[in-house]
Ligand binder design. Structure first.
Ligand code: ATP
Length: 338
């Protein structure tokens, strides 16, 4: 019988690597952490990596490929991996890779992503073609914005032109309806082996300074001329109203179904729908991440939802490793590689 002892799980040391590697070890895999020099401490301290390969820059990943192939390493992509390699170069990744590489191009292209999510029936914030069309508050999102830094809200065309003056050189932006509500990020897992969609957990982000300006009065905010930024600093666990769960399952299932029209085997493994929920409990999805998100990091020991299903600690990282383990043992590894 094929054995997991013949394989290793590898990822880049960043983002959700602690959870991925810990989960892989819990499932019995040997692990490899590819890490930037000077950033190895967490992976040593938490003892999640059987081997740490240090590199000077992320491009060196490509020179390591032959060695990783020889080791029968399976790469788990995460946000930093995709962002450092770049969605276009994902096809140059020759090492075994968990998930459909092509799908990552859809999450990183706002237009392609929008078509996909609308096709899946998701409710999304309106998009305005030009500033003159602004008739409700909009959030101005610059392309390639680093973690929500420099987004601003405008209420009218005049407001927009006033605001944009503070961002010289940023010609590429999207004008998205600003949804008044609470952010809610759903972490899903779809296994191509069991053909079942699971809800793993939910989080909200802890964003600086969006999450701190409410601590001072509106007058002080004006006096200090504070500009809201959404730089992510961490993630907080959430449990949602139980009556909302059926809709959340349905949304995830529709997104998986719609993805099959896009590329290869479509979307499987971990993914996240990022939404704002308004007071009428409508989910406005503004983004999808088609791979593990850092919002799953609070759940290294599992979430209330995984506890219901597994009765053992089950992080998203571990769930990935279990999928791979099941695939190897059933001689179906090709089904989870892409
Ligand atoms: P990425 O997750 O791809 O790095 P980002 O962090 O640059 O993207 P977004 O996730 O698009 O930026 O948005 C940052 C934050 O702005 C969100 O967490 C949310 O709080 C807020 N936000 C985004 N879109 C909207 C919207 N349409 N209405 C209200 N708030 C929004």
């Amino acid at each position: 019988m094929p054995s997991i002892k013949d394989y290793k799980i590898a990822t880049l040391g960043s983002h959700s690597a602690l959870q991925i590697l810990k989960g892989a070890k819990d499932e019995g895999f040997e692990t490899i952490c590819i890490c930037m020099k000077g950033k190895t401490k967490p992976y040593e301290s938490y003892k999640v990596a059987d081997r740490i390969i240090e590199i000077d820059k992320f491009d060196e990943f490509f020179t390591l490929q032959d060695e990783l192939i020889k080791e029968k390493a399976i790469i788990i992509p995460h946000g930093s991996f995709v962002s450092y390699i770049g969605p276009k170069r994902m096809n140059d990744v020759k090492v075994m890779h968990y998930g459909t590489k092509g799908i990552l191009e859809f999450e990183s292209d706002r237009e392609k992503e929008r078509e996909w999510l609308l096709d899946a029936g998701c409710r999304m914030p309106r998009i305005f073609d030009k500033p003159e069309d602004i008739d409700v508050p909009v959030i101005v999102k610059f392309h390639g914005a680093n973690g929500g830094k420099g987004y601003f809200v405008a209420n009218s065309p005049e407001d927009f032109y006033e605001g944009i003056k503070h961002y010289p050189g940023n010609e590429k932006y999207v004008l998205q309806e600003y949804i008044v509500g609470v952010p809610m990020y759903t972490h899903y897992f779809y296994s191509p082996l069991t053909e079942e969609l699971e809800i793993m957990s939910f989080d909200k982000r802890y964003e600086s300074n969006a999450d701190s300006i409410g601590r001072i009065s509106a007058q002080d905010q004006l006096d200090a001329k504070i500009k809201t930024s959404y730089t992510i600093t961490g993630n907080m666990p959430l449990v949602i109203r139980e009556s909302m769960l059926p809709d959340v399952f349905e949304m995830g299932e529709n997104v998986v179904k719609a993805s099959r029209k896009l590329v290869g085997k479509g979307l499987y493994g971990p993914f996240c729908l990022e939404a704002i929920v308004d007071p009428n409990l409508n989910f406005y999805v503004f983004e999808i991440s088609a791979r593990i998100v850092a919002g799953t990091n609070p759940f290294v020991h599992g979430s209330p939802y995984t506890w219901l299903r597994y009765d053992e600690p089950m992080s998203t990282g571990r769930r990935i490793a279990r999928d791979i383990k099941m695939a190897i043992e059933q001689d179906r590894l090709a089904e989870v590689l892409g």
